[in-house]
Design a protein around this ligand. Structure first.
Ligand SMILES: NC(=O)c1ccc[n+]([C@@H]2O[C@H](COP(=O)([O-])OP(=O)(O)OC[C@H]3O[C@@H](n4cnc5c(N)ncnc54)[C@H](O)[C@@H]3O)[C@@H](O)[C@H]2O)c1
Length: 405
C-alpha cells in the first residue's frame, strides 16, 4: 500500500494515477478542507483529464485522510519553496512530513521524496532524521516529478522519470511501482544525481528563456523582430531557442534554479544573471505599456487593463505569476496605478481591481496588456474590440495596434 503525503498539484494526480492502475493508495494532506473536498467527490483544481482520472481512482478505492498511514511505501509531495533572502531551498515542509512518516512507518518501509529538492537536501536534512529517530531501516528514495500543469495527466503517463536510491534494489522496486502507470523510460541512479538532474532540467529552461528575453531587449533596441529572428535561427538543426515573454511564473522554473545559486553562490553566477533577466521582464512589459500609452495619448491608467493572472495559459495556478510580479513592480516603482485585471480561469479574488467578466473588464478600456494567451483569446484579437494590445507573448497576431515586447 502507498501513502501519498501532500495532495496538491503533484501529489493528487500521482495518487489518482497509481490508484487507477491497480495500486492500493491512501492520500494524506494536513489541510482538512482539501481532504473534505476530495471526500465529497470534488477535485481541488482544474486540469485537463483530472475529473475522469479522479472518478476512476475513486472507483478503484482510493481514500483521502488527514492521518498518516501504516504502509510499506510513502511518497512525499509537499512544497519546497526557496528562502526569499538567501535563495537556498527551504526544506521545512519536507522535513516535517518525513518526521511524521518516521513516527508511523513500519520496519523497512520505503520513503520516497517526490518534492523537488536541491542536490544534497536528503543528505543534509532527511538522513539525519532517520538517525535521530533510530529508523535507519527505512530506505530513502528521491523520485522527482517533471509534469507540466495544463498537460499533467498525459505527461504523467508518458514522461520519462528518474529514481534516485541508495540501494539499487530499492530503486528497482520503486521504479516498478511508477511503471504501474508510467510508459516512459525510468532511469535509476543515486539520490544526489537524481536531485541534481531535476534542478538542472528547470535551470536549463530558465537560462534558455532568459536568453530569449535578452534577445527581445536587444532586438527592441536594434529595431528587429525577435520572433522572426528566433523562428529563423531555430531552423538551424542544433539551435532551439525558447520564446521570450512577460516573465516566468509557476512553482518550478522561477524557483528551483535559485537552489543552485543559493547553494553555490560563487559558482552559479551565470544562472543568477539568467534568473535576474527573467525577473526583469514584468517591469519591462510595464515600460512597453507606458511607451504605448504615450504614443496613443492615453494618460489615465484606468483605461489600461491586464488580461491574465495565471502564470501560463489554460490553468488556474497564479503562483509566482508574471502578472503578480508586474503588479508588485508597479506598486513599488510606478505609483501603483489602478489597472483592472481579468482572468476567466481565476474565479476567486486574488488582487484588487479584479473583475469577473469580459464585459466588465472591457468597459472603458482603451488598452489591454495580454499577459496570458488563454485559449479564450489566443489568436483572437477581436475579443478585445478596438483596444490597443500589448502582446508580450506574441499570441495576438500582427495587426498595427498590437505591440510586441
Ligand atoms: N506544480 C508543479 O507544476 C510541479 C511540477 C514538478 C514538481 N513540483 C514539485 O512538487 C512538490 C509539490 O508541489 P505542488 O505544486 O504539488 O505543491 P502544492 O502546494 O500544490 O501541494 C502541496 C500539498 O502538501 C500539503 N502539505 C504540506 N505539508 C504537509 C505535511 N507535512 N503533511 C501533509 N500534507 C502537507 C499541503 O497542504 C498541500 O496541499 C514541490 O516540491 C514542487 O516543486 C511541482
Amino acid at each position: 500500500m502507498v501513502n501519498v503525503i501532500g495532495l496538491g498539484y503533484i501529489g493528487l494526480p500521482t495518487a489518482l494515477m497509481m490508484a487507477s492502475h491497480g495500486v492500493e493508495v491512501i492520500g494524506t494532506d494536513y489541510n482538512a478542507d482539501l481532504v473534505a473536498t476530495l471526500n465529497a467527490g470534488r477535485t481541488t483544481f482544474k486540469e485537463e483529464g483530472l475529473e475522469e482520472l479522479f472518478a476512476k481512482a475513486v472507483e478503484a478505492g482510493i481514500r483521502f485522510t488527514t492521518e498518516y498511514q501504516v504502509c510499506d511505501t510513502y511518497i512525499v509531495s509537499v512544497p519546497t519553496p526557496y528562502d526569499k533572502v538567501d535563495k537556498k531551498i527551504d526544506p521545512g515542509y519536507v522535513v516535517a512530513a518525513c518526521k511524521t512518516v518516521l513516527q508511523v512507518a513500519p520496519e523497512n518501509a520505503v520513503l520516497v521524496v517526490e518534492s523537488t529538492i536541491s542536490p544534497g537536501t536528503i543528505d543534509r536534512f532527511v538522513r539525519s532524521l532517520l538517525v535521530e529517530a533510530g529508523r535507519e531501516d527505512v530506505a530513502l528514495v528521491h523520485a522527482p516529478e517533471r509534469i507540466i500543469p495544463g498537460n499533467m495527466v498525459s505527461e504523467l503517463l508518458r514522461n520519462n522519470r528518474t529514481i534516485g536510491a541508495d540501494d539499487p534494489k530499492v530503486g528497482e522496486r520503486v521504479a516498478k511501482l511508477y511503471a504501474s502507470f508510467c510508459q516512459g523510460e525510468i532511469a535509476i541512479t543515486d539520490i544526489r544525481t537524481a536531485e541534481m538532474t531535476k534542478v538542472v532540467e528547470n535551470t536549463f529552461r530558465a537560462v534558455n528563456i532568459a536568453f530569449a528575453n535578452e534577445l527581445a531587449k536587444v532586438c527592441r533596441v536594434g529595431d528587429m523582430d525577435v520572433h522572426e529572428v528566433i523562428r529563423i535561427a531555430n531552423k538551424h538543426p542544433r539551435v532551439n531557442i525558447l520564446q521570450p515573454g512577460p516573465g516566468v511564473g509557476g512553482h518550478c522554473i522561477p524557483v528551483d534554479p535559485w537552489f543552485l545559486v543559493g547553494d553555490y553562490p560563487e559558482t552559479a553566477s551565470f544562472v543568477r544573471l539568467a534568473l535576474q533577466t527573467n525577473a526583469s521582464m514584468p517591469e519591462y512589459v510595464l515600460h512597453r505599456a507606458h511607451e504605448a500609452m504615450a504614443e496613443y495619448g492615453i494618460t489615465d491608467p484606468a483605461k489600461v487593463g491586464i488580461y491574465g493572472l495565471t502564470y501560463k495559459e489554460d490553468v488556474d495556478d497564479v503562483r509566482e505569476s508574471p502578472t503578480l510580479q508586474m503588479l508588485e513592480a508597479q506598486a513599488e516603482h510606478l505609483g501603483g496605478a489602478a489597472m483592472k485585471v481579468y482572468d476567466p480561469w481565476v474565479e476567486v479574488d486574488v488582487v484588487p481591481n479584479q473583475v469577473h467578466s469580459m464585459d466588465e473588464f472591457l468597459d472603458g478600456l482603451e488598452m489591454v496588456i495580454v499577459m496570458v494567451g488563454h485559449s479564450q483569446v489566443k489568436g483572437k484579437p477581436e475579443v478585445f474590440g478596438d483596444c490597443i494590445l500589448i502582446d508580450p507573448r506574441n499570441v495576438m497576431g500582427d495587426d498595427a495596434n498590437v505591440w510586441k515586447l
